[in-house]
Design a protein around this ligand. Structure first.
Ligand SMILES: Nc1ncnc2c1ncn2[C@@H]1O[C@H](COP(=O)(O)OP(=O)(O)O)[C@@H](O)[C@H]1O
Ligand SMILES: [Mg+2]
Length: 233
């Protein structure tokens, strides 16, 4: 469960104030798969970074899994983020000099799991994304789609409740984008709540619900409207 009430985010530089998010009210239930769309610069990444505790906000309340995150210290925020959130980015963000196994291990090292536990989680995550046979490959030895699947393995190895994806198929051709989407759907069916920013209308409509952001304001397509949309297909 993720709930925002009246959340606003302003970026301030010497010259200008940017109202990146304006009074966002939003509820995302456990197990939902939500897509987020909107024009470039409308606040999608800001929203995702806020939801994933990578950014702070000045106004409003934000409850992650029932916990009000306002007023938590940086350490408390990192701890919560490490435990509950997995991130996937458009550009994969893998470490090029490390084999896949070690790339997936990176976030687990912060979690205090012992070596045996980490090994099990890494192997399990790489199996879910279909890359078990390539654990010792380097990222550069893989296709873009495969690299994104490694990034997904890294994001889910800690078994987070929330998987946040910022244009995860933005750098992929349509076949690879399909494979990544199918993988995200499989992970969602196993219980992980997913929020995915995308420019791809077709992928956006495959989610349970679509949230649109315009100029920092969220318009949440009502559930029944989404149902009608899905039924009419
Ligand atoms: N670190 C930052 N400092 C100042 N302004 C920012 C920063 N990050 C984003 N913005 C501004 O906030 C607005 C929303 O940006 P962003 O969330 O990245 O949009 P989107 O992901 O929808 O393209 C834009 O006007 C952008 O220029
Ligand atoms: Mg963005």
């Amino acid at each position: 469960m993720l709930k925002m009430e009246n959340v606003s985010k302003i970026y301030r530089t010497n010259l200008i104030e940017t109202h990146a998010l304006r009074k966002v009210d939003l509820h995302i239930g456990a197990g939902e798969f939500v897509s987020v769309t909107g024009p470039s610069g409308s606040g999608k990444t800001t929203f995702l970074n806020l939801a994933g505790l990578l950014e702070t906000f000045e106004e409003g309340d934000f409850y992650l899994d029932g916990q009000n995150v306002k007023g938590l210290s940086d350490n408390q925020l990192s701890e919560l983020r490490n435990e509950k959130i997995g991130f996937i980015f458009q550009s994969f963000n893998l470490l090029p000099e490390l084999p896949l196994f070690d790339n997936v291990d990176v976030p687990l090292r912060y979690r205090g799991f012992n070596a045996k536990e980490r090994k099990e989680r890494i192997e399990n995550a790489l199996e879910i994304v279909g890359l078990s046979s390539r654990m010792q490959h380097l990222p550069t030895q893989l296709s873009g789609g495969q690299q994104q699947r490694v990034a997904i393995a890294r994001a889910i190895a800690g078994q987070p409740k929330f998987l946040l994806a910022d244009e995860p198929t933005g750098n992929l051709d349509s076949l690879m984008a399909q494979q990544v989407m199918e993988l995200l759907e499989k992970i969602n069916q196993q219980g992980t709540t997913i929020i995915m920013v995308t420019h791809d209308e077709q992928l956006a409509r495959r989610a349970h619900r679509n949230i649109q952001i315009f100029d920092g304001q969220v318009s949440d397509l009502a559930k029944d409207q989404t149902d009608v949309l899905i039924q009419s297909e």
